[in-house]
Design a protein around this ligand. Structure first.
Ligand SMILES: Nc1ncnc2c1ncn2[C@@H]1O[C@H](COP(=O)(O)OP(=O)(O)O)[C@@H](O)[C@H]1O
Ligand SMILES: [Mg+2]
Length: 284
């Protein structure tokens, strides 16, 4: 552990199982970077072995291997169409692998008979297009799954929803409908909705790509708070500031596999893979 600052020390101290994100003001003009420093000894939450996925003859994932430890924040980068979405969607079985295994907390979830609903409770997901229910208020969007799945009573879910809305800075919008919110606000609701399930891991698929530029930082700030609070996160992103400043690890996918898997420092200052160098040359 480097412990370069108090903030680093705090964020690297054994990440807690349940996330308790601090009440925090959302600043919209600046992302407060808090790079994580996760010990190699943290428990492995997800282990991916030889993951393959094809759509017809199109081999999209060609034998991916990776271990994801509790508390890690992993940014997934790579050119458009390289399989980033397919990869993270496979982690919670939104895509069914055509080969290989995925272990979550030691259990092979690719085996027949896995309770996919349970997996999606434990592995939350935030999408580029928010995927909120437009016919439900903000608060009801957040309450829906915990109540439907009988994880909470209506009263508990209501309380939880209000706590989460407070944390993402949207308490006063609880009774509005998604159409009355900005893109950045919608995405913060989507994050709160995912948190309502108390997931062990959160997957983000380009969470800021559909946003107007001025709304990107309000969402990144919430993600940064989550990272600081110890949430395990896998984030497909084109926000290189986030990848470099917040994540503990960056993986570069190209041609159906992970071509480089390293610290942000190594990836951005000393990239070894030629295609990664090429990719960074185009986007930085
Ligand atoms: N449901 C699908 N059916 C057929 N092909 C798909 C499907 N989803 C993704 N693909 C293909 O898989 C490849 C990788 O897509 P994707 O994972 O979305 O890439 P990325 O997120 O890196 O841009 C693309 O060639 C895409 O056309
Ligand atoms: Mg994608």
């Amino acid at each position: 552990m480097s412990g370069k600052s108090d903030k680093n020390k705090k964020s690297s101290a054994s990440p807690s199982k349940k996330v308790d994100i601090k009440k925090n003001e959302v600043s919209s003009d600046k992302v407060d970077l808090a790079k994580k420093d996760v010990s190699d000894k943290s428990e492995v939450l997800i282990r991916v072995e030889d993951l393959c996925k094809s759509f017809g003859n199109n081999v999209v994932l060609d034998g991916i291997n990776i271990e994801i430890r509790r508390g890690e924040v992993i940014s997934v980068i790579g050119p458009s169409g390289c399989g980033k979405s397919t990869f993270i969607r496979s982690l919670n079985l939104l895509e069914v692998p055509t080969g290989g295994k995925i272990f979550f907390e030691g259990e092979d979830i690719t085996e027949r008979g896995t309770d996919r609903r349970l997996i999606r409770e434990k592995i939350g997901m935030v999408f580029q297009q928010f995927n909120l229910f437009d016919n439900l208020t903000v608060k009801k969007n957040i309450m829906l799954a915990p109540v439907k799945l009988k994880l909470m009573t209506k009263e508990e879910a209501n309380k939880k929803a209000m706590e989460l809305l407070e944390r993402v800075g949207l308490a006063e919008h609880a009774d509005k409908y998604p159409s009355q919110l900005s893109g950045g606000q919608k995405q913060r609701v989507a994050i709160a909705r995912s948190l309502a399930m108390n997931p062990d891991v959160m997957l983000f698929d380009e969470p800021t790509s559909a946003l107007d530029p001025e709304m990107v930082s309000e969402v990144l700030n919430i993600m940064n708070q989550l990272a600081e609070a110890g949430m395990t996160m896998v984030v497909v992103t084109h926000e290189m500031g986030f990848a470099r400043g917040v994540s503990s690890r960056v993986i570069f996918i190209d041609g159906g596999n992970i071509r480089e898997d390293s610290t942000p420092e190594e990836i951005f200052t000393n990239p070894k893979n030629e295609r990664l160098r090429d990719f960074l040359g185009k986007i930085l």
